[in-house]
Design a protein around this ligand. Structure first.
Ligand code: GLC
Ligand code: CA
Length: 528
């Protein structure tokens, strides 16, 4: 059996503003990424996903695009993007860009034209109505905003400066498909697709029904007392997944991953019904709020295996640019982070790592009122504790601080006086240089795990089965010829098992006797 590359790969997410600053202006850039490609190749990641760096007023730091075919000056020029693609490929890695299909910036020339009158050539490129309906935006409050020039309201699913495109207009669809084709023709290996399930809205703009639900959750975008039945997951969105796949297929085996918050049955529909003929992969965000317990992961994997059996491939992701870093949920315990990584790289699925996760970078608590991220300003009135209790990340600055490369000025990220977001003060300790030297570090654990995954095809392609009858808080499964045992407990566990050789020890102190394995606290082994 051999699967397409995008079902076997491992993903590393780069937030370009925070990765590496090559010219000392305090903002990460494309040349900075190029300087660090050797680092990424050396850890062993196979696919890089780079958050948007296209022309943009940067009100949502690139997720508000004003020209999809040029590069924001702070990130570089067109040639830097081409060089980034080429240099990534030269190292045997793949690279995917981040495409925002749902909306543009309100500074995009299309929108400026569209809002200027009711009868210009782009008049129907966005969603205009004389009167708002009851729909809420994803960030709370009405998503309808008045434009004086037209005397009408436009719809935006996210923030007011991100007007939604009208995908029912064939010109819009064609233009966006051509944009996708443009970067594919320049060699990019695919796309991460921003808020893919909001692209189509009800054609008649029917009001959304009431619900008692206040907070949107990873499995259901309903919230703010409203079910999102008419503003999300329309039948046309599932068709779009297939249509977009046909576009990317023109360029061979191409990667597409959808950012979708929905129930797993719905997630699956974006990947395809019987065959994987929609998006090649979709994120599953329930696991961002994981509990560090064998039982939690057992249930999670069971459900995922039901909805994403072969020929589908699940994605395992624990951190991203919008949510608290996984290490936070682990009480900053590196031993737990290693075990979580071992699960992520051995379970059946494509692993996705957020920059800095490999060295255990932590969140930086920052006040709402000085946030650069626009979202916290909407929620300034409410006490901070409330959001902590609800497990909601409001100020996304906290998870986007500069990458910590070494113990020098600005963690080696930038020579600037001041970086765009502050560097986390723990950089003297938590940084790439320190962890490269320390054999036992989280970083070196990532390297060992990725190497093992690359060198053992069963870890990528093998079928998956749970091992039964294990002690409490131990998770075990087989990947055909290999068995994986993970101890989520601080206490030692002894396990009797029929496998002969041990091919991977997480802590190095696991003991293998005849037909028995002793796992120390947070230990893990792979047997053969
Ligand atoms: C996605 C991105 C987020 C962005 C939003 C609007 O959720 O991950 O960072 O702000 O879409 O484009
Ligand atoms: Ca820079």
């Amino acid at each position: 059996m051999t699967l397409p590359w995008y079902h076997k790969t491992s993903i590393y997410q780069i937030y370009p503003r925070s990765f590496m600053d090559s010219n000392g202006d305090g903002i990460g850039d494309l040349q900075g990424i190029i300087q660090k490609l050797d680092y990424l190749q050396d850890i062993g990641f196979e696919t890089l996903w780079v958050s948007p760096f296209f022309a943009s007023p940067q009100q949502d730091f690139g997720y508000d695009v004003s020209d999809y075919l040029s590069i924001a000056p702070e990130f570089g020029k067109m040639n830097d993007a081409f060089q980034l693609i080429e240099e990534t490929h030269r190292r045997g890695m793949k690279i995917v860009f981040d495409l925002v299909l749902n909306h543009t910036s309100d500074q995009h020339p299309w929108f400026l034209e569209s809002r200027s009158s009711r009868d210009n050539p782009k008049a129907d490129w966005y969603l205009w109505r004389d009167k708002p309906n009851n729909w809420h935006s994803m960030t709370g409050g009405s998503g309808w905003h008045y434009a004086q020039e037209r005397g009408q309201y436009y719809w935006s699913s996210f923030l007011p400066f991100q007007p939604d495109l009208n995908w029912r207009n064939p010109e819009v669809k064609q233009t966006m498909f051509d944009i996708a084709r443009f970067w594919l023709s320049k060699g990019v290996d695919g796309y991460r697709l921003d808020i893919f399930n909001t692209i189509y809205k009800d054609a008649e703009f029917r009001n959304n029904p009431f619900t008692f639900k206040l907070v949107p959750t990873p499995d259901d975008t309903s919230g703010y007392f409203q079910k999102t039945v008419h503003s999300q997951d329309q039948p046309e969105s599932f068709d779009l997944a297939r249509e977009f796949r046909n576009v990317t297929d023109e360029f061979g085996e191409t990667f597409t991953i959808g950012e979708i918050a929905a129930r797993r049955e719905v997630l699956r529909r974006y990947a395809g019904e019987l065959a994987n003929d929609g998006l090649t992969l979709v994120f599953d965000f329930e696991m961002l709020q994981f509990k560090f317990r064998a039982e939690f992961f057992r249930t999670l994997i069971e459900k995922i295996e039901i909805h994403f059996p072969p020929p589908f491939m699940p994605v395992y992701v624990f951190s991203n640019l919008d949510k608290r870093r996984s290490i936070h949920r682990l009480g900053d315990d590196i031993r737990k982070a290693k075990l979580l990584a071992m699960l992520q790289f051995t379970v059946r699925g494509v692993p996705c790592t957020y920059y800095g996760e490999e060295i255990g970078m932590t969140n930086l608590r920052l006040p709402f009122n000085t946030a650069l991220d626009p979202i916290p300003h909407k929620y300034n009135f409410a006490p901070r504790l409330l959001f902590d209790l609800l497990d909601v990340t409001v100020n996304r600055d906290e998870v986007r601080t500069p990458m910590q490369w070494d113990g020098t000025w600005n963690a080696g990220f930038s020579s600037a006086e001041k970086t765009w977001l502050p560097v986390h003060p723990n950089y003297a300790e938590v940084n790439v240089e320190n962890e490269t030297r320390d054999e036992d570090s989280l970083l070196n654990t990532f390297k060992r795990l990725l190497k093992f995954r690359r060198e053992n095809e069963t870890m990528q392609e093998g079928s998956f089965d749970f091992l039964e009858g294990l002690p409490p808080n131990v998770l075990g499964f087989t990947r055909e010829s290999h068995a994986v045992l993970l101890n989520f407990d601080e206490r030692e566990k002894e396990i009797h098992i029929e496998f002969s050789g041990c091919v991977f020890k997480l802590t190095g102190r696991e003991e293998i006797k005849e037909k028995a394995v002793r796992l120390n606290g947070f230990g893990g082994v792979i047997l053969e």
